[in-house]
Ligand binder design. Structure first.
Ligand SMILES: [Zn+2]
Ligand SMILES: [Zn+2]
Length: 255
């Protein structure tokens, strides 16, 4: 299932153009001060026919492998056929991107994406080729190092993976767009607990992968330790390679 999803994402990603964005160090500094992510929905190079294809095929793959229920698949397929698709994508995007350092405001008129786990899962996968392109652009810009918040400076997504750099810094990887940004090595990005006695870390035997688990909020984050590796982190490959670590973390009571 994961390989089918990757293949689909790569195929569409190849034809998504780069967006145009104002991304000087000054723009980063301004956004950093408010904790507001840089990207707005209107910036995403989104082609309706490609989005429709991504949603339809993602739902097909998830359903074929039993990852979602038939009723949910039908509900999302019918949304994928009509014009509400862009509105749904916008609502999903803004559920993470409309935030500041002090929290997430409730958007006026409500938000269909909030609390709908299946919709969130499908759009996280279906929007990856488009958001990934935006992240490629942001990643190259100077000023990214100014960002100190625990969510993505580009799209506001939460991290779902990390990498320890050769200089022993920890960089977080966005679960929506794969952007990497530096964050304190021993602070929990989910609840900002920085008390080392309330953090547990454990590694695989070869030292290549590590889990940071927080005993305050009981969430965990996996990391690739590139100090022991011959290649850079590969978000999708390393996420798959560490599925046994998820099992180990869950067994120890983390989520
Ligand atoms: Zn992101
Ligand atoms: Zn925590």
């Amino acid at each position: 299932m994961h390989l089918e999803l990757l293949e689909l994402q790569r195929r569409v990603h190849a034809r998504v153009p780069l967006p145009s964005l104002d991304l000087g160090a000054e723009a980063f500094a301004r956004h950093e001060a408010h904790g507001a992510p840089l990207l707005q929905f209107e910036h995403i190079p989104l082609e309706l026919s490609d989005l429709r294809l991504m949603v339809r095929q993602t739902v097909d793959i998830l359903r074929r492998h039993g990852a979602i229920e038939q009723a949910d698949a039908e509900r999302l397929q019918s949304a994928g056929r009509d014009l509400t698709l862009l509105a749904l994508a916008g609502g999903w995007f803004r559920s993470a991107a409309d935030r500041t350092a002090t929290g997430r405001p409730t958007p006026p008129g409500g938000n269909e994406a909030a609390g709908d786990d299946v919709l969130d899962q499908v759009f996280t996968l279906a929007m990856r080729p488009f958001l990934g392109r935006c992240a490629e652009l942001v990643q190259q810009r100077e000023g990214l190092g100014l960002w100190t918040h625990p969510y993505c400076p580009a799209c506001g997504g939460d991290p779902d993976f990390a990498v320890v750099t050769p200089a022993a810094e920890r960089h977080l990887l966005c679960g929506r767009c794969s952007l990497q940004w530096k964050f304190e090595a021993l602070t929990c990005p989910f609840c900002r607990n920085a008390d080392r006695s309330r953090m547990t870390t454990f590694a695989t035997q070869d030292g290549l992968y590590r889990v940071y688990a927080c005993n305050a909020c009981h969430r965990y984050l996996k990391a690739y330790d590139s100090r022991y590796a011959a290649r850079p982190v590969l978000h999708d490959v390393d996420t798959l390679a560490t599925l046994p670590l998820d099992a180990a973390a869950i067994q120890r009571g983390y989520a």
